[in-house]
Design a protein around this ligand. Structure first.
Ligand code: NAD
Ligand code: ZN
Length: 382
């Protein structure tokens, strides 16, 4: 099984990636010398076979395991969701030698991770990500958080797991839009660090978008390697880690303006990467051919590009691209997006910081004038 080492100082751990991995969770943890009580934090509506496989595996390895169910949806990543989980942990009589196993997507990973970081000043955490986005991104790197009504991820902690187990078989039950959303992050890794990964996506884009597990597995492994390498160099997000925000400056603004949860995160990031590439072309950093190459790959993966902003006339266009859950929407204005970018906790002192590509596989972080950003947002296709 491929194993990726995450060399964070003081608390190194491994990511194990492969098929049929859920039943290896218990033995893997026993091999790390772990045991005792385990809370499996998960959604009740995930396939029951996933719950059963992890539970049986933990019990077989000598743990006393119990399920702690959390409703699906970003709303669970809240103070109320956290409080419910603490009460559940207390009822299960978790102690400082116990383990929290986060079985689910990024919502479960962030919530259970923060609960594990804080319950009794910290109990062991194991991430078992079941969405592509969580396997390539959220479960790696030790960021845990809950949301406040005024903003996402405002209360959190850096807290590294003891182990990450990514069972690629779980991706089979993942809805298409969740898979595509995760693929946007894989494109991001290609753009920021690995032209070979980008080319691998290009070689089989349609089969990858359709969920071919044989093709997805090496993409998960490579994505984890890249994130692990960045996290190793900058575990607390003081510098280099900013490159992981490629596509996210505009992506986050778009999510905020439309209302979180309307456009899947990866779709917003895809639009953000498309905009960032055009911005880089405008600033003379990137060849226009590379910007078109990125847009073409995004389209083949079923993801939107900047054109979405310029062509989407109203609610129907958003619905067709992403099947949004709620609210009728208009086209977000450049002014609204700009304001949201300036409000973002990552923008500093009124400047817009963008991760910009110099080519496929190489980026830099730059401060960009608002006028250039607005020009790109209003400009249309390359
Ligand atoms: N900590 C980090 O570094 C980090 C990084 C990126 C994102 N995040 C966070 O992750 C969250 C998004 O994560 P996500 O995209 O995984 O969303 P999610 O956890 O909400 O999962 C998406 C949906 O897929 C369902 N699901 C999960 N696994 C499934 C499976 N195998 N089969 C069928 N359905 C399945 C879930 O029930 C949910 O409805 C956000 O809250 C975001 O802030 C954190
Ligand atoms: Zn992201």
């Amino acid at each position: 099984m491929p194993r990726v080492a995450v060399e964070v100082s003081g608390s190194p751990y491994e990511i194990v990636v492969g098929p049929d991995m859920l039943r290896h969770v218990g033995p893997e943890l026993r091999a790390l010398g772990m045991g005792g009580r385990a809370a499996i934090v998960t959604h009740p509506d995930l396939p029951v076979v996933y719950h059963a496989a992890v539970h049986t595996s933990l019990e077989g390895a000598g743990f006393q395991a119990e399920m702690a169910f959390v409703p699906q949806g970003e709303e669970s990543k809240s103070l109320a969701g956290l409080e419910t989980l603490y009460h559940r942990f207390a009822a299960m009589r978790l102690d400082r030698c116990s383990t929290v196993v986060a079985l689910g997507g990024g919502v479960i990973g962030d919530l259970a991770g923060f609960a594990a970081a804080t319950y009794m000043r910290g109990v062991s955490l194991v991430q078992v990500p079941t969405t592509l986005l969580a396997q390539v991104d959220a479960s790696v790197g030790g960021k845990t958080a809950i949301d406040l009504p005024v903003g996402k991820n405002l209360v959190g902690a850096f807290y590294q797991p003891r182990l990450v187990v990514a069972d690629v078989d779980t991706l089979q039950s993942l809805p298409e839009r969740e898979r595509r959303s995760g693929l946007a992050e894989v494109v991001k890794y290609g753009m920021i660090a690995d032209a070979g990964l980008f080319a691998a996506l290009e070689s089989d884009a349609e089969a990858i978008a359709a969920g071919d597990l044989g093709l997805l597995t090496p993409l998960v492994v490579r994505s984890c390697e890249i994130k692990a390498d960045v996290v190793r160099q900058d575990p607390h997000e003081r510098g280099l880690r900013a490159i992981l925000n490629y596509g996210h400056t505009l992506g986050h603004a778009l999510e905020a303006v439309l209302g979180f949860g309307v456009l899947p995160h990866g779709y917003a990031v895809a639009v953000g990467m498309s905009a960032a590439a055009r911005l880089a072309v405008r600033l003379g950093l990137l060849d226009a051919r590379d910007a078109r190459r990125q847009d073409e790959l995004l389209r083949r993966l079923g993801l939107p590009t900047l054109g979405l902003l310029n062509t989407a006339p109203g609610p129907d266009a958003w619905r067709s691209v992403a099947a949004p859950k709620t609210s009728p929407l208009g086209r977000p204005s450049a002014a609204a997006l700009l304001e949201a970018m300036l409000l973002d906790k990552k923008s500093m002192g009124g400047h817009l910081r963008f991760v910009l590509a110099r080519g496929v596989g190489a980026v830099e972080v730059r401060e960009v004038a608002a006028a250039d950003v607005v020009a790109v947002l209003e400009e249309g296709t390359v």
